[in-house]
Unconditional design. Structure first.
Length: 557
């Protein structure tokens, strides 16, 4: 055995450092143990403790690192979890959710940073298996139970106060599915937590929850959407899936820092919406015939226009469903990909990685596509590439944010598209909005004010004879929904599109090629050739008892 004088100076220095580290760790453990006694909580040193992988993975690695916690032991009715700071509010919220999910008693233990580091290393040895059905399970039995208990969404608030905090989100999701809500808004206010549903495009106040429950509610949402629990001052985006018997619902969750906490919006994307056909959109027979002909052309540009939430993406997906055949190569570029379509190559824009619409579209053109769908034309480069693609043997589908169909042409020119290229590239432009359908279970004739009736007559009187539509101006009857159990007392159930279909012709091409492009002149030419405006289409649907007169004017204006 070498004497101290025979040990090299470097080796002696290393051994000294190791000894000091060992002493520091022991001191740290003793300090943590004393602190555990003060807190009246269990303590454990995880050095050499045999943690089974089936126990370790009960807490995802990202959550373990963020919250500095680790599951280290489990028996039938007890799960032991080590935590560096067990009193942390995010840790407490997570442990409560973990208790509900595992159906066992979760017991926290105080551990040192060193113990945590040793335990976290074990995740490297755990096989990374992607769960096929990770998400919230909402069974048909649960939905039937809620349907019986909730005759109206107005009863949801009382039910929310009866269930445990871990069930609140599940109940909110089930209520949203039952009421056909597209979005769930959960907003922290000074003295309450406000819950709202967006049903058929309109927000409805559903419930007020105790503000002291906010931390646990937001933690539950973040866990489901795989967001960081301890990040509260930055926006976060995530998603999870609800699995039903006959369909799945993708939920996009977004959190945003606000004055009194964080605002949460969960958007529900129903898989059943993917299967919409052109016939389901609500176009009039003459308009539907035009669209079917235009989307079957081998090249050219088909545009849908309207503000956010007007159903443009749904219309494009209906086009893709019609065109989706084994001998057709279809590629989409979206932001984000909302629905996954079998047989279609879908690509998602990623601005952070400099994968923009323009760059993505350039790459797509090298993939030999027959049909290209671009989620939105928002800049000159994308507009130019899309126009050139439409002229070189590709059918180009896209959207544009303009108020109506005629406004799309000056907008594209303003983006820098050359008029002599735009004129031959355009096939058809669709302007659209969504209006709420009258509930057919409680539909009744409506009394209309003189002012509204005169406005309706003025718009209907301008319908061109070439459109093929005839209106008896002496017998105008409109309808409304009284509100019943089927429509949750709202009077409306579902939505339908109102459209204007602007088809390119030689007169419009001449205007495009002229020095001054006027959308008013374009609209007049289109009307002479039989185009119904969105207002006229909506009024015809109101006369047919599909929607209300008030809804049409509100949406158009």
């Amino acid at each position: 055995m070498p004497t101290p004088l025979q040990i090299a100076p470097e080796e002696a220095q290393e051994k000294f450092k190791e000894k000091m580290v060992e002493i520091a760790i022991k001191d740290q453990e003793r300090a943590v143990q004393r602190h555990a006694d003060e807190l009246h909580i269990g303590y454990i040193n995880l050095k050499g403790f045999p943690i089974g992988p089936e126990v370790l993975v009960l807490i995802p690695e990202n959550v373990a690192r963020d919250l500095k916690i680790v599951a280290f032991f489990k028996e039938e009715q007890e799960l032991r979890v080590g935590a560096v700071d067990p009193a942390n509010e995010h840790v407490l919220a997570f442990l409560e959710n973990l208790t509900a999910d595992t159906k066992v008693n979760v017991v926290p233990y105080l551990i040192s940073e060193h113990s945590l580091e040793l335990a976290l290393r074990l995740y490297a040895a755990v096989p990374k298996v992607k769960k096929f059905t990770s998400g919230v399970q909402v069974s048909p039995e649960d939905l039937e139970k809620f349907k019986k208990e909730l005759k109206s969404i107005r009863e949801l608030e009382a039910k929310l106060r009866e269930v445990s905090l871990t069930q609140v989100i599940t109940l909110l999701i089930a209520g949203a599915v039952i009421s056909r809500s597209s979005d769930i808004h959960i907003e922290a206010e000074e003295k309450t937590v406000l819950v709202r549903y967006r049903i058929d495009g309109v927000l409805h106040e559903i419930a007020h929850l105790p503000v002291e429950n906010w931390k646990k509610i937001i933690s539950r949402v973040k866990l489901l959407a795989h967001l960081k629990l301890n990040i509260t001052q930055k926006p976060q985006d995530g998603r999870f899936t609800i699995y039903l018997d006959k369909e799945t619902i993708d939920v996009r969750a977004s959190t945003l820092p606000t004055t009194f906490g964080e605002s949460v919006v969960m958007r529900l994307l129903m898989s059943s919406a993917i299967g919409l056909k052109l016939e389901d959109l609500g176009m009039r027979p003459s308009a539907l015939a035009i669209i079917k002909k235009q989307v079957q052309r081998p090249n050219g540009m088909v545009l849908t226009t309207g503000p956010t939430g007007s159903g443009k993406t749904t219309t494009l997906y209906a086009f893709l469903t019609t065109l989706n055949k084994p001998d057709t190569n279809i590629i989409t570029l979206e932001n984000p990909v909302e629905y996954h379509l079998a047989g279609i190559n879908q690509s998602q824009v990623n601005e952070e990685k400099d994968y923009t619409f323009a760059k993505g579209l350039r790459s797509i053109m090298r993939q030999d596509p027959d049909v290209v769908m671009v989620g939105e034309i928002r800049d000159g480069e994308t507009a130019e590439i899309a126009t050139n693609a439409a002229l070189t043997g590709h059918l180009m589908l896209s959207t544009l944010h303009t108020n109506d169909a005629a406004g799309a042409i000056p907008r594209l020119i303003a983006l820098g598209v050359k008029p002599f290229l735009l004129a031959p590239a355009l096939n058809v432009i669709i302007g659209q909005r969504l209006v709420r359908r009258i509930c057919q279970k409680c539909k009744t004739k409506a009394a209309i004010s003189v002012e509204l009736l005169e406005r309706a007559k003025e718009a209907l009187g301008k319908i061109s004879p070439t459109s093929g539509e005839k209106v008896d101006m002496q017998n105008l009857v409109f309808y409304k929904g009284q509100g019943c159990e089927a429509c949750q007392g709202i009077g409306y159930r579902g939505r339908i599109g109102i459209y204007e279909i602007l088809v390119m012709n030689s007169e419009i091409e001449k205007i495009i090629l002229s020095a001054q492009v006027s959308e008013y002149d374009i609209r007049d030419i289109a009307a002479r050739h039989g185009m119904l405006t969105m207002a006229q289409d909506g009024l015809l649907k109101a006369l047919e008892g599909i929607t209300t007169l008030e809804e049409v004017f509100q949406v158009i204006e």
